[in-house]
Design a protein around this ligand. Structure first.
Ligand SMILES: Nc1ncnc2c1ncn2[C@@H]1O[C@H](COP(=O)(O)OP(=O)(O)OP(=O)(O)O)[C@@H](O)[C@H]1O
Ligand SMILES: [Mg+2]
Length: 324
């Protein structure tokens, strides 16, 4: 079996919001599936490590234990959940599944609860929307319904995997602000996945940066924003979409992300890193080490000093040469 995530490290307290950021293929979704116990549905499994939730070790939990946790204690908005809403079924039919898990309710009670949930996610004219079918709703409304299903049982933790990626910017903002409001109303902790650091900086307390199946940096968003201690975090900041000037190309990170099955030896980021030296290419992926208020997996983290200009990240030629 090929490892897809092998050095992820994430922790959060009650009511805390932590963002996971990283390029496509870095393992964000696989990590979420590990946290919600659905890896087996995707032909994957946890072979090492722990997933602790309260006093439980969920890495080894049986499906019976998971049934008491999934949806109840941990809510989940899967990636591409917009596609998850059946276009031909009514919203009511689709919400009832999440609601019926709460125990035996009469049809009337279930319907009232569904209306309450739609109101909770700020859907106007909830009784009418309940009768609507998936295809009749806008993307933003569909995502609100998916959020309603995820919070139906007032979970202690909500995991939202790229909940706004397919939506336009205005709707994105509304959905993020809804998630934030719900988090406070329901006293939930939040794991928010995004490939966009700006989104995470707006919504979360902490951030964990993933690269090629590993956590490369984590800590308070303000610390990572002011003093990123891993060249990959720095490169992500440079390539931030909201920093691009109109008419200018996005300053993308050069080179290709290391893909599963061909991670380089040493630090997995070295072929794309302008700071890399011989030492970086040896051994295995460096462990996270404390530095300042954060953790960094860069062995040269000390050198990335405060006030230093954001690095000119290695260009394509450089990284191609290094890979040889
Ligand atoms: N069911 C699966 N079986 C085996 N490998 C998988 C499976 N799903 C994803 N992968 C691989 O695991 C790696 C991590 O995938 P994952 O979907 O977690 O990335 P991601 O960070 O969520 O990316 P994106 O930003 O595109 O959603 C990828 O290389 C992917 O090809
Ligand atoms: Mg994903």
């Amino acid at each position: 079996m090929l490892p897809v995530v092998d050095a992820a490290n994430l922790s959060l307290d009650r009511r805390q919001a932590v963002g996971i950021v990283g390029e496509s293929g870095s393992g964000k979704t696989m990590l979420c599936r590990a946290l919600i116990g659905t890896l087996a549905r995707h032909g994957a499994e946890i072979t090492a490590g722990t997933v602790r939730f309260g006093g439980l070790d969920l890495a080894a939990a049986s499906e019976r234990v998971w049934r008491g946790i999934r949806g109840r204690e941990i809510g989940y908005i899967p990636q591409s959940s917009l596609a998850g809403l059946n276009p031909v079924l009514t919203v009511e039919t689709q919400l009832v599944e999440s609601i019926s898990a709460m125990g035996t309710l009469s049809r009337r009670q279930a319907r009232d609860k569904a209306v309450e949930l739609l109101e909770r996610v700020r859907i106007p004219r909830a009784p009418q929307v309940l009768k609507a079918r998936g295809h009749q709703l806008s993307g933003g409304m569909r995502q609100r319904v998916m959020i309603a299903a995820a919070i139906a049982q007032s979970p202690k933790l909500l995991i939202a995997d790229e909940p706004t990626t397919a939506l336009d910017v205005t709707i994105q903002r509304e959905i993020l602000s809804l998630i934030t409001q719900l988090r406070h109303e329901l006293n939930m902790a939040l794991v928010l996945v995004s490939h966009d650091l700006a989104v995470i900086e707006d919504v979360c307390d902490d951030v964990m940066v993933m690269y090629a199946g590993a956590s490369v940096e984590s800590g308070p968003v303000a610390a990572l924003s002011k003093t990123p201690r891993h060249p990959y975090t720095r490169a992500l900041r440079v390539s931030r979409v909201d920093r691009a000037l109109p008419g200018q190309d996005l300053d993308a990170i050069p080179g290709d992300a290391a893909s599963v099955g061909s991670w380089p030896a040493g630090c997995r980021f070295w072929p794309r890193c302008s700071h890399a030296d011989e030492e970086c290419r040896r051994g295995s992926q460096p462990a996270l080490m404390p530095i300042g208020r954060q953790l960094s997996a860069c062995i040269h983290a000390e050198r990335l000093v405060v006030g230093e200009q954001l690095p000119a990240v290695a260009n394509q030629e450089d990284s191609a040469r290094r890979r040889k």
